[in-house]
Design a binder for this molecule. Structure first.
Ligand code: SF4
Length: 312
C-alpha cells in the first residue's frame, strides 16, 4: 500500500552533551519503534502529554530530524531520498507558534510566497503575487494585508498566514503540530474549521498533533495515543471515544474538558530513566505485578491496536 506518510519502525534517540552534569552522556529515546501511516485525504490525530515524543515524530515526518532507526516514507518513497524541493512540494508543516515559520522581518506576502518560490521557480513575480493574494483570500485575509508584518496581526490571523504559507504550494500532506494550542477557544474553532475546509477542497492528508483530545477528536477519524515514546493505542475516533482500550486513553478522555473527570494523577516518568516494565505502570490504576516486570507488546483488541497486558 502507498500512503502519503508512513513511519516504519521509527525510533529517535538524543545524546545529552551539554547541560546538567548528572544527565551528560545519557541517551534519551524520544520515539521508540513507532509504526503509523496517514491515509490519503484523511487526518491521523496524534495525542499525548507534553514530552511524550509527538513533536519529535512531527519533525521526522518533514525531515527536520532524521530517525535513529526505521524509515519515514512519503508516497512509498524514503523521505531521505527526496531533494528539498520535492519535499517542500509534497509536505508542509504548521507549527504551534507561527513565528517559527514567519520571519518577523519579512512581510507576510513575502513569507507566504517562499514555498512557491522554492517549488515553482519558473513563476514570474506577478504570478507569485497573484497566487499569494488568492491564498490569503482563501484563509480570509485581505489582499492589502500581504504587505504587513507578522507583529501587525493577531494570534489567530498569524496562524491563518501560517496555514496560507503551508498550503500555497499545494502539498498533499500537512503536518500540524499543536496548531491551535496558543489560541483562544473561539479563534481555535475558526482555525480548525479553516483546516477542515481546506482539506475538503484539496483532498489534503493531515498528521494532526495536539495534547488536547477534544481538538484531535474534532479533526481526525483515526487517532494514535502516545506515551513516553510509544504508541499505546490506535483506533478510530468513534471506537476510542466510546471504548478506550488503554488505561492512559481512558484517563485522557476522563480528564477532557466537560467530562468532569479528574486530571491524570502523577507525571510522566523521565524519558532518561523509564520505569521497568510498562512505562505507564506508576500511574495506572489497574497495574499488576506483570506490568512492573515486562513491557507490553502491541496487540489487536476489538478494532484497536493497544500496547497493554490487560486492555479494557
Ligand atoms: Fe496498566 Fe499494565 Fe496496561 Fe501498563 S500494561 S497500561 S500498567 S494494565
Amino acid at each position: 500500500m502507498t500512503y502519503p506518510l508512513e513511519f516504519r519502525r521509527v525510533s529517535r534517540e538524543f545524546q545529552v552533551r551539554k547541560g546538567l552534569l548528572d544527565l551528560r552522556g545519557m541517551t534519551l529515546r524520544a520515539v521508540d519503534d513507532v509504526s503509523l501511516h496517514v491515509e490519503k485525504g484523511e487526518t491521523l490525530g496524534l495525542v499525548g502529554e507534553s514530552g511524550c515524543g509527538k513533536s519529535t515524530l512531527a519533525r521526522m515526518a518533514v525531515g527536520l530530524l532524521a530517525p535513529s532507526a526505521g524509515e519515514v516514507l512519503i508516497d512509498a518513497a524514503p523521505l531521505a531520498s527526496l531533494m528539498s524541493r520535492e519535499r517542500a512540494r509534497r509536505i508542509q508543516m504548521v507549527f504551534q507558534d507561527p513565528f517559527s515559520s514567519l520571519n518577523p522581518r519579512l512581510s507576510v506576502g513575502t513569507s507566504v510566497a517562499e514555498p512557491l518560490r522554492m517549488t515553482r521557480p519558473e513563476l514570474s513575480s506577478a504570478d507569485l503575487r497573484e497566487r499569494v493574494l488568492a491564498m490569503l483570500e482563501k484563509v480570509e485575509l485581505r489582499p492589502e494585508q500581504a504587505d504587513l508584518f507578522p507583529h501587525e496581526f493577531s494570534g489567530g490571523q498569524r496562524q491563518r498566514v501560517a496555514v496560507a504559507r503551508a498550503l500555497v504550494a499545494d502539498p498533499s500532506l500537512v503536518v500540524c503540530d499543536e496548531p491551535v494550542s496558543a489560541l483562544d477557544a473561539s479563534v481555535q474553532a475558526q482555525v480548525l474549521n479553516l483546516l477542515k475546509d481546506m482539506q475538503d477542497e484539496r483532498g489534503l492528508s493531515y498528521l494532526f498533533i495536539s495534547h488536547d483530545l477534544s481538538v484531535v477528536g474534532f479533526m481526525s477519524r483515526q487517532i494514535a495515543v502516545m506515551y513516553l515514546g510509544h504508541i499505546v493505542e490506535l483506533a478510530s475516533r468513534d471506537e476510542l471515544f466510546s471504548h478506550p482500550a488503554h488505561p492512559y486513553s481512558r484517563a485522557l478522555l476522563a480528564a477532557a474538558p466537560g467530562k468532569g473527570g479528574t486530571p491524570l494523577a502523577g507525571e510522566m516518568p523521565s524519558p532518561f530513566v523509564p520505569p521497568r516494565g510498562c512505562a505507564f505502570h506508576p500511574r495506572c490504576p489497574i497495574a499488576r505485578e506483570l506490568c512492573r516486570e515486562k513491557s507490553p507488546e502491541e496487540q489487536a483488541s476489538g478494532g484497536h491496536i493497544v500496547r497493554c497486558h490487560f486492555p479494557l
